[in-house]
Design a protein around this ligand. Structure first.
Ligand SMILES: *[C@@H]1O[C@H](CO)[C@@H](O)[C@H](O)[C@H]1NC(C)=O
Ligand SMILES: *[C@@H]1O[C@H](CO)[C@@H](O)[C@H](O)[C@H]1NC(C)=O
Length: 280
């Protein structure tokens, strides 16, 4: 219930920004055109998709999902079919990406490999779902599809922690998830001449309401020195992603995102993005 409320707030903010954006300047096509959210049925992806759908209506947002049944459960779509903007596909198959990316102005990449625990306590990844396949090659495929589609802006949610080789997360299931996520960021970074990018690298994700913490931006995992700051609610990540889609928001950014539960809540997300730019 709480998450729904937060998503609604994010949507209201987005709607307000879009309304002024459309009227206020030329070149705000990225804000006005269709946005595709991949990984849309994930816990963060569904928050982003539902906020955008709420703000832009069914013609303003598309979803790429692997299972339509899950889309019907967690997304605010009606038919949840292609006519309703919900596409079924796998990012490791480049052919699956043509239709969902066709004609989009911007894309939010929220796909991620997902480890799971075996009965004996070991962790593993599903066949075809390793970090190498999803976080590197799948990311590459998505950036290539965005470029072919002529998209202007791509927001990628990656992960903090990529400066530490052989981290516990890398070792999980032998997947080297953070190593491959850093590799996946590169295809987007090297497309900077063709599209505007925002790479958000969040700390540990929490399923709790957003809008209550002071959000912190950093670089090179420097925020990780203080363990007390090493989490961030998914709802805050989702709200920042929505803010980053606005054509007036600063872009060509790559930054860590964490939070201080004790700090005053961050209210101006565009200012936070501006601060992320100043870091570099
Ligand atoms: C658990 O099972 C998997 C698959 O059968 C195996 O590869 C792994 O080595 C096992 N882990 C332990 C700790 O025994
Ligand atoms: C990137 O953003 C700037 C500023 O909003 C805009 O002028 C430029 O056209 C954008 N680049 C692309 C490739 O859309």
């Amino acid at each position: 219930m709480m998450l729904v409320a937060i998503a609604a707030v994010a949507a209201a903010v987005a709607a307000d920004q879009l309304a002024t954006g459309a009227a206020g300047r030329t070149g705000s096509v990225a804000a006005d055109g269709v946005v595709l959210v991949t990984g849309a049925t994930g816990r963060t992806g569904s928050l982003v998709y539902n906020a955008l759908r709420n703000a832009r209506g069914p013609h303003g947002v598309r979803a790429l999902v692997r299972h339509r049944a899950k889309a019907r459960k967690v997304l605010d779509c009606t038919e949840c079919d292609e006519a309703d903007g919900v596409f079924v596909g796998d990012v490791t198959h480049a052919d699956d990406l043509e239709a969902p990316f066709a004609g989009v102005a911007s894309a939010v990449i929220l796909t991620s490999s997902m480890p799971y625990k075996l009965a004996n306590g070991s962790w593993t990844y599903p066949p075809g779902g390793s970090p190498r396949e999803v976080d590197w090659l799948g990311q590459d495929n998505q950036v290539a599809a965005a470029r072919r589609a002529g998209a202007q802006r791509v927001v990628l949610v990656s992960s903090m922690g990529t400066t530490q080789p052989d981290s516990p997360l890398d070792k999980l299931g032998g997947g080297y998830a953070l190593f491959y996520k850093a590799q996946g960021e590169l295809s987007l970074l090297s497309s900077a001449s063709a599209l505007n990018f925002t790479i958000v690298k969040p700390a540990g994700l929490l399923d709790e309401p957003g809008g209550r913490r002071r959000l912190l931006v950093g670089r090179n995992d420097e925020l990780a020195r203080n363990r007390a700051l090493m989490t961030v609610p998914r709802a805050d990540v989702a709200a920042l992603v929505v803010a980053a889609l606005d054509a007036r928001a600063p872009s060509n950014l790559r930054f860590d995102l964490a939070s201080d539960p004790a700090g005053p809540p961050t209210t101006d997300l565009r200012e936070l993005l501006t601060e992320a730019r100043r870091l570099w």
